[in-house]
Design a protein around this ligand. Structure first.
Ligand SMILES: Cc1cc2nc3c(=O)[nH]c(=O)nc-3n(C[C@H](O)[C@H](O)[C@H](O)COP(=O)(O)OP(=O)(O)OC[C@H]3O[C@@H](n4cnc5c(N)ncnc54)[C@H](O)[C@@H]3O)c2cc1C
Length: 447
């Protein structure tokens, strides 16, 4: 198996031009640093508003987490609805759920409006329960969705599921719509052309080394800006001391050879494709791509919390084995490429959005988990800069503030180490955390 991000392979057929690096000193109204989903969404919301906007990206747009991701566009992420209901109550959970829903809408609207060729696919979601406990998880998820007023879900028992997906070991499933699949790297490269056409200046292969007052410095140039948005991953503490509160969760992806027509017909007998994930703690997830290849992701408990990328193929081979045990008719399917990726995340899985306490024109988007979330957060910061949607956005302040309550304080990482502290927090947030009694006091102009 090749260790190679498949989305990069698909770029070869598209041949997007790379933007040259920054080799001069310049000035602008808004500088966006980081060209992942957050940074691109921010720049997209700022374009065409009469502002001079510059975007600096260390790699190519989509060159880190966003362009390595599996491209599932679903509000359901590491932060499941049931967790949100426990943590914030029904009203709070509804409010937070709107975040990824709006994020998906923004992406979908861009794909449609700008006709971006990025294998955008309608793929309803199937949450698959493994064994008896998985069946209980599925029922709980279904009831939870009903309790917050959602009406777009169906629950299937084993026999009903068999009509949709040929598999073994899944005892039940919840299905819901308005979820999609996307080639995230092609989407961001497509958005690059849109931004360029709208006069956003983009410099790829341009790493920001430091920010001093109103100026960001790169190796061979600088940008002075009235407002600066930092939407970078794997941030160093020099940029913002809160960077130490960003942790990493590792997951692995792999890509199969194309399915034959008969394998495809067996997989989806009804002719409708789904994106799917299972009920285990370190879950596997899979969906169909252009060319009828399977994109399969997952990991294991040990690899999830490793601080650095781990390239050994043992982890993904374990994921393949589990997948084939559920789809025995695909036992001879080859997976040709795989790649690992580290997702930036905070301790409680909600993003942190802050302004620098001294320089109020310096904004940070940190620890965003999920493409829809990133799309929302970039747009959110742009709206705050533009001064639009102020009242609407205020309700999110208490969720995104760095002042929110964390069960395990960050100084514990000096004793336990960063991966252990994150594993503890992650488990706590998933199973026990209750935030509604700890909401921070509202602060005007925090964002
Ligand atoms: C393997 C994997 C699978 C995933 N699957 C999914 C999925 O299916 N669905 C989903 O919703 N989410 C998924 N995620 C999570 C999702 O990809 C991220 O949460 C999201 O992309 C974060 O977007 P971002 O823009 O905040 O960060 P990033 O995409 O990491 O963007 C940050 C950008 O900043 C740039 N940068 C960093 N430092 C500097 C600097 N000093 N100067 C200039 N630029 C800099 C980086 O190169 C990068 O392009 C997955 C993640 C991984 C790793």
């Amino acid at each position: 198996m090749l260790v190679q991000n498949y989305w990069f392979t698909t770029l070869l057929e598209k041949q997007y031009a790379t933007c040259p690096p920054l080799l001069k000193n310049m000035e602008c109204d808004v500088l966006v640093i980081g060209g992942g989903m957050s940074g691109v969404a921010c720049a997209a919301a700022l374009q065409g508003k009469g502002l001079k906007v510059v975007l600096l990206e260390k790699n190519i747009l989509g060159g880190s987490s966003s362009g390595r991701s599996a491209g599932f566009l679903t509000p359901d992420s590491e932060l499941e609805l049931s967790q949100l209901v426990r943590r914030y109550g029904v009203a709070g959970a509804n409010e937070i759920w709107e975040v990824p829903v709006k994020g998906i809408d923004l992406i979908k609207n861009n794909v449609e409006k700008f006709n971006i060729d990025c294998d955008f696919r309608v793929q309803d979601s199937l949450f698959l329960g493994i064994g008896k406990s998985g069946e209980e998880d599925v029922k709980a998820e279904f009831e939870c969705r009903k309790s917050v007023g959602f009406t777009n879900q169906e629950i299937y028992n084993k026999q009903e599921l068999d009509k949709l997906v040929t598999s073994t070991g899944f005892n039940a499933a919840v299905c819901y719509n308005q979820t999609y699949g996307i080639n995230p790297l092609q989407y961001l490269q497509g958005m690059k052309n849109v931004l360029l056409e709208n006069d956003v200046k983009i410099y790829e292969n341009t790493e920001v080394k430091k920010i001093e007052n109103d100026t960001a410095y790169t190796h061979a140039g600088s940008v002075k800006a009235k407002q600066i948005v930092v939407a970078i991953d794997k941030m160093e503490n020099d940029f913002n001391p809160l960077a130490k509160d960003v942790f990493h969760a590792q997951t692995f992806l792999s890509i199969s050879e194309p399915l034959s027509d008969s394998e495809l017909k067996t997989l989806f007998p009804f002719g409708t494709e789904f994106q799917m994930w299972d009920s285990t703690l370190v879950y596997s997830y899979f969906r169909l791509l252009k060319g009828n290849r399977i994109l399969l992701g997952g990991g294991n408990a040990a690899s999830t919390f490793l601080p650095n990328a781990w390239y050994h193929e043992n982890v993904i081979k374990g994921v393949h084995k589990r997948f084939k045990s559920h789809f025995p008719f695909l036992k001879n399917l080859n997976f040709t490429q795989y790649w690992p990726g580290l997702i930036d995340t905070t301790r409680d899985l909600l993003p942190t959005i802050v302004k620098d306490p001294i320089n109020k024109n310096l904004h940070f988007i940190m620890g965003v988990v999920g493409l829809p979330w990133a799309s929302f957060c970039g747009n959110f910061v742009a709206e705050n800069i533009l001064g639009v949607a102020e009242e609407e956005n205020k309700k999110y302040y208490e969720y995104f503030t760095s002042r929110r309550y964390f069960a395990f304080p960050s100084f514990l990482q000096n004793i336990l180490g960063k991966p252990t502290l994150f594993a503890l927090n992650n488990g706590w947030a998933k199973y026990y955390q209750v935030d509604k009694n700890h909401l921070p006091a509202k602060m005007e102009n925090e964002f």
